[in-house]
Design a protein around this ligand. Structure first.
Ligand code: GDP
Ligand code: MN
Length: 388
């Protein structure tokens, strides 16, 4: 009986202890978020290479190219680089046909990459980008026409090495409170120094901040890998909340899990591989990095143990119900009910399960860095574009 009581009390205490450091980090980030200093508009538009890695994107590729060419930016300063990794749905030739007719003043090139993997393609691209700045995009994200202009203005500050956009958390229905807190924290980290977590849907980099460094091509989270690399090389990597992109990813929910596990895996690997960024040499970034390392690698396990410790006594309590005091079931049950009523708690717990799942796959040697595009998501994007 005492052991039952002790188990759930342990679970509750563990949950509070585990969540305290990330909660403090979040509050600090939230405090700083409003102090991010925005740059003036850029008077002269720097030359940009737009890197568009694609594999089997025939559904969305034309609309994506139109979106780029239609941006508020002098297209004579833009060169589009499509990296096609052995698509089997003619993505490359569709892109070529479309660019021949519609590229306008933008120059363009289509490179075929034999080996699959977005990070492989990206590393190759880094070897032949000729401009000082490049922008990377996902084929399946929708961007506002101001994106290139807003991104490029940041590079007037020579200390900025990378900038990314922000997922519009008001659109669709995917876990709002959690997503908007995620966004606030990324901006807060950017104001303090840099954010280690980047959005590959739209991001831009200064070539000299990358130098000869390359990312791990056997892993994904290429976006966050690049953000960490840029910071390692002494430049800042920030999220600009004025650059909002949109993904209609919430209308259906089954796909989500495999996609989220894949992303969690890449991010966990990136945090582990870069764990030396916790060193004091990296100033304020060291504490941002440590906090995210903890949140992605350790916290999910602590919170899982804690939930199991609260659940087990309920289970055993119910088995022996009349003998055991009702409070043995009622108290932990009430705590779980309160937790699951909060969307943020559900978001944190759900995210932790995804991370634990991704760690188990990693530990058993299964890497998810090669994947098929989600056709449903692509069709939803297409519908969205047609409607707007
Ligand atoms: P998610 O947004 O993380 O779910 O990933 P996506 O499936 O949207 O992929 C991001 C971008 O990378 C898309 O433009 C994909 O077409 C592209 N991509 C995915 N795998 C590969 C690959 O093996 N090679 C290349 N070149 N691009 C890829
Ligand atoms: Mn995507």
């Amino acid at each position: 009986m005492e052991i039952i009581e002790a188990t759930w009390i342990f679970g509750v205490m563990l949950a509070f202890a585990a969540i305290t450091p990330p909660a403090l980090h979040y509050l600090k980030g939230k405090n700083f978020a409003a102090s991010l200093q925005f740059p003036e508009n850029q008077p002269n538009s720097p030359e940009l290479t737009i890197v568009l890695p694609v594999r089997n994107e025939s559904i969305v590729i034309r609309d994506k190219l139109d979106e780029i060419v239609g941006m508020e930016y002098p297209m004579s300063r833009v060169s589009i680089l499509v990296l096609d990794s052995a698509s089997t749905d003619r993505t490359g030739s569709i892109a070529r046909q479309h660019l021949k007719k519609n590229a306008g003043e933008a120059s363009w090139k289509i490179e075929n990459v034999k080996r699959p993997g977005k990070s492989v393609a990206l590393n190759l691209a880094l070897d032949f980008i000729e401009t000082e700045f490049f922008v990377m995009m996902d084929a399946d994200a929708m961007l506002p026409p101001s994106s290139l202009r807003l991104l490029s203005r940041w590079f007037q500050d020579p200390g900025i090495g990378a900038v990314c956009g922000q997922l519009d958390s008001h659109h669709g229905s995917r876990g709002h409170p959690y997503r908007s807190r995620f966004n606030v924290l990324r901006v807060g980290e950017s104001a303090i120094d840099s954010t280690p977590i980047f959005e590959g849907s739209i991001c831009a980099f200064r070539m000299s901040a990358i130098g000869h460094s390359r990312i791990n091509s056997g892993s994904n989270a290429d976006d966050s890998q690049l953000a960490m690399l840029v910071r390692r090389n002494g430049f800042r990597a920030i999220m600009d909340p004025e650059i909002k992109f949109f993904e209609p990813d919430s209308e259906y929910s089954v796909e989500k899990r495999s996609r989220r596990v894949r992303r969690a895996q890449g991010l966990s690997r990136a945090f582990w591989a870069n764990r030396d960024l916790r060193s004091k040499n990296y100033g304020a970034y060291a504490s941002i990095f440590s906090s995210q390392l903890y949140f992605h690698l350790i916290f999910p396990w602590l919170i899982s143990v804690s939930v199991v410790s609260i659940l087990l006594p309920i289970f055993f309590g119910l088995l022996e119900f009349p003998d055991i005091g009702w409070h043995a079931v009622l108290f932990p049950g009430a705590i779980l009910a309160m937790g699951s009523a909060s969307r943020t708690c559900r978001g944190i717990f759900g995210g932790s399960l995804i991370l634990v799942h991704s760690h188990i796959l990693l530990l058993s040697g299964r890497s998810l860095h090669i994947w098929e595009p989600d056709a449903e998501l692509r069709l939803a994007i297409q519908r969205n574009r047609r409607e707007s």
